[in-house]
Design a binder for this molecule. Structure first.
Ligand code: NAG
Ligand code: NAG
Ligand code: NAG
Ligand code: NAG
Ligand code: NAG
Ligand code: NAG
Ligand code: NAG
Ligand code: NAG
Ligand code: NAG
Ligand code: NAG
Ligand code: NAG
Length: 679
């Protein structure tokens, strides 16, 4: 039978099969090109795919020879426990694939590999069903015998692969099954490049290096969700994008700078924070744009990369900085589950606010930042964006593992303790120097949320003045917000200078005849005027001590633990624009109906964003609603998200997740949609 790939005509003429699933006429396999890593990009109809043919998932002996016309066949793998495989069994599998996965479709039924965990037969109804589907290649292993004769390819042994779509390559005496990825265009240009698991046995990822010329969109490979249906790890099959500050073995880390990419080699290891995601079953789909070197650059200051697009409102809103690619991508794509960012001064929290999604700055020290390009060693944190509160919490609780906490020598703070309890806060702190929300149409949405929260947890709302409270402390260091802000400045400046700026400037000078590297304007002036008298290891160490003094006061005077509560209070403020639109185009923000970002409230001394970088606390951005504005871009009414920030004492992250979960159970918090509107 070797080499014969007959269509199953045997029963087709006489028996008509009624199919419960209406299946459109199949599109044929069309090879497009081989990427630089030897993997195949192909099309089925108008959908593009990648198949990891260089390092297939499995290769198995089979009674076949390569056919001249069809050595690559899109196939569907069905696994069953049934002793009789009927039309109903196949239809049930196919229909669950169609409804549960966005990669699989009818076009993968060109071939079928059925395998059973028990000794089984493929009955006549199943064979006739396959005839009606025009399935040309049937692969069977020893577990299944066919009830009738027809053309099949017998596999030497059962293939250890998950169910789902594959690209089969039929060779001389063997068949290989390659993982397939659907290629989605990054229509909001939030990615630098797509990436996928090389499956090369060396834990490398490959960049995809393909884009859609019609719209200049990078193509992002996402694997079939069916592959992970039998995998019970917490993040099995979840598609995760990574801010391009984190190393992933086999990929270049750029930190948003081509100059940095030029002088640094491809990463030869993976950041523990990213490895943890892979170990939990997550799938990394690409590297994302960021404000260069994680600065707070405005959209119009981006030179090296083109600024990503926000799907909300008129499509012309800012994505904020610096985890802007991540925030806007999660608001834009249903095919993406999570994006990883980092927050030094606002970079998770503000993009989440602007995009109307969930995003956090965790407690200082909660996650290792080894192999992550630093901004401020002791102020950097790692966070994750999500549209859904439950999914967000699930990710956070499994990702922030105790084994990955930072050493106290890095944070300069006391050892982090992270209880996972229901010791909820008793007080809602409403700081009058930061609230109400700037747009009067947004404040009632906040008041409704506060009302629901205080009723549910029996909390008392207390108005207070944050600035006055801190300034009232008797310690000259902890009460001086100027001193504390300056310490944060030293921490950020020295870390980035010693690890990034100085090595880059030095290397560039040597390579290019004394020239200064091409750097975005958000960083260039600071790097040029760097003053080693102000910023050095000694001033850094002193700044860490200053920071610790502030944190100790904060944790005894402002947000402290009691017998009943991990954090006696939850403090609210807004890191966004209070319900006003903020635009990617500078001049549009000059109107009174719009807002710049990082506006210092009139009577506060520091921005709300700076509170937790100084005091080490946990600060989560939570979407609560949306308000309309009239757009001067689309000349149409559009919606802008309204979010609120919830702040608790350092270490009370998991208690806050438990609170958010209860709020979601009660319908107070909801999952948000992708696209123009969050709700
Ligand atoms: C199977 O082939 C027949 C005849 O060419 C065609 O009418 C039918 O649409 C095909 N079915 C599928 C599922 O491709
Ligand atoms: C792709 O083809 C399907 C039908 O095969 C059609 O429904 C869909 O609109 C097409 N999409 C694009 C982007 O052309
Ligand atoms: C087969 O049975 C095992 C054990 O009960 C179960 O875990 C697995 O999901 C079943 N597989 C299918 C395809 O039904
Ligand atoms: C990884 O690269 C660094 C320099 O970039 C080098 O010092 C180190 O030895 C390399 N490690 C491995 C395992 O190749
Ligand atoms: C709610 O809190 C108040 C004090 O703030 C307390 O007196 C009251 O007993 C609490 N109610 C419930 C139902 O726990
Ligand atoms: C908060 O306190 C500061 C410092 O005392 C003061 O300058 C400011 O006006 C107060 N803000 C409000 C809204 O009361
Ligand atoms: C400042 O401290 C004094 C004395 O402890 C206290 O009475 C006052 O209420 C405090 N003011 C603020 C704004 O915390
Ligand atoms: C805060 O400290 C700075 C110096 O670091 C000093 O100039 C300023 O007077 C202090 N402010 C207060 C209110 O003590
Ligand atoms: C660096 O800072 C020190 C301390 O403030 C100052 O005396 C010195 O002039 C500065 N150097 C330069 C080159 O600006
Ligand atoms: C749109 O432009 C008009 C006229 O310049 C201005 O009054 C209005 O505030 C602008 N709207 C926004 C949302 O910026
Ligand atoms: C509200 O917006 C105005 C105008 O942009 C600004 O001056 C003010 O500081 C804003 N208030 C807050 C709390 O952001």
């Amino acid at each position: 039978m070797g080499g014969l790939f007959l269509t199953l005509t045997a029963f087709a003429a006489s028996i008509s099969v009624s199919s419960a699933i209406p299946l459109a006429k199949r599109n044929a396999y069309t090879f497009v090109l081989e990427n630089p890593y030897g993997d195949a990009i192909f099309e089925l109809g108008n959908v593009s795919y990648l198949a990891n043919t260089k390092h297939p998932k499995a290769v198995v002996a089979a009674d076949c020879k390569p056919a001249a016309s069809a050595s690559s066949v899109p196939v569907t793998v069905v696994k069953t426990n049934e002793s009789s495989v009927t039309q109903g069994v196949l239809e049930a599998a196919i229909s669950s694939y169609l409804s549960g996965d966005d990669v699989f479709n009818n076009d993968f039924l060109d071939g079928l590999y059925v395998s059973s965990t028990v000794s089984s037969t493929l009955d006549l109804s199943a064979i006739n069903y396959l005839v009606s589907l025009n399935t040309t290649h049937i692969f069977l292993d020893d577990s299944i015998t066919a009830d009738g004769t027809f053309s099949q390819i017998s596999l030497g042994s059962a293939v250890e692969i998950s169910a789902g779509p594959y690209l089969a390559s039929i060779g001389d005496g063997s068949v290989s099954f390659a993982t397939v990825y659907r290629l989605y265009p990054d229509t909001h240009r939030t990615f630098l490049f797509g990436a996928y698991d090389a499956n090369d046995g060396e834990n490398n990822h490959y960049p995809l290096g393909a884009f859609l010329p019609k719209f200049w969109d990078p193509l992002i490979p996402v694997p079939s969700r069916i592959y992970s249906w039998g995998d019970d790890r917490p993040l099995a099959g979840e598609r995760v994008a990574i801010k391009d500050l984190y190393d992933l073995k086999g990929l270049q880390t750029s930190a948003g700078s081509q100059a940095w990419a030029y002088i640094t080699p491809t990463a030869n290891g993976t950041a523990p924070a990213v490895q943890q995601i892979l170990d939990l079953g997550g799938v990394v789909v690409g590297k994302q744009k960021l404000a260069q070197f994680a600065s707070g650059a405005n959209p119009w200051e981006w030179q090296d990369e083109h600024y990503p697009f926000n799907p909300r409102g008129d499509g012309w809103l800012t994505c904020s900085a610096s985890s802007s690619g991540g925030g806007c991508s999660v608001a834009a794509y249903d095919w993406l589950d999570y994006a990883i960012g980092s927050d030094t001064g606002s970079s998770m929290r503000r993009p989440a606010a602007i995009a109307g999604i969930y995003g956090q700055r965790p407690s200082q020290g909660l996650m290792s930042l080894e192999r992550v390009v630093p901004l401020g060693g002791a102020t950097d944190t790692a966070g994750v964006f999500s549209r859904d509160p439950y999914k967000w919490i699930k990710f956070a609780k499994s990702w922030y593992s105790p084994a990955l906490r930072q050493d106290v020598s890095i944070t300069g703070l006391s050892t982090l303790e992270v209880p996972d309890t229901e010791a909820f806060p008793k007080t809602i702190l409403y700081p009058v120097d930061y609230l109400p929300l700037n747009n009067s149409a947004a404040e009632p949405i906040l008041q409704d949320s506060i009302g629901a929260m205080s009723r549910l947890f029996n909390m008392t709302v207390r108005e207070f003045n944050f600035t006055a409270t801190v300034q009232n402390w008797t310690d000259p260091v902890a009460s001086n917000l100027t001193t504390l802000s300056a310490a944060t400045g030293v921490i950020n400046t020295w870390t980035q200078w010693s690890v990034v700026a100085n090595p880059l400037i030095t290397a560039w000078k040597a390579l290019f005849d004394g020239r200064f590297p091409p750097i975005d304007p958000a960083r260039r002036p600071g790097w040029i005027s760097f003053n080693g008298t102000l910023y050095n290891q000694d001033t850094y160490d002193a700044a860490l001590a200053t920071k610790n003094t502030g944190v100790e006061w904060y944790e005894s005077e402002l947000q402290y633990s009691t017998a009943e509560s991990c954090s006696e209070s939850i403090m609210l403020y807004d890191i966004g624009t209070g319900g006003l639109p903020s635009f990617r185009e500078q001049e549009l923000n000059d109107s009174p109906a719009a807002s710049y970002l990082a506006v210092l409230p009139e009577t506060a001394q520091i921005t709300g964003a700076n509170i937790c970088p100084i005091f080490g606390c946990a600060d989560f951005t939570i979407p609560i609603g949306q308000v309309p504005y009239y757009s001067n871009v689309t000349f149409h009414e559009e919606m802008v998200p309204v979010t609120i920030n919830l702040v608790v004492k350092r270490g009370c992250d998991f208690v806050l997740y438990n609170m958010i979960e209860r709020l979601a159970d009660e319908g107070v918090l909801k999952s948000v949609k992708t696209g123009r509107t969050a709700f």
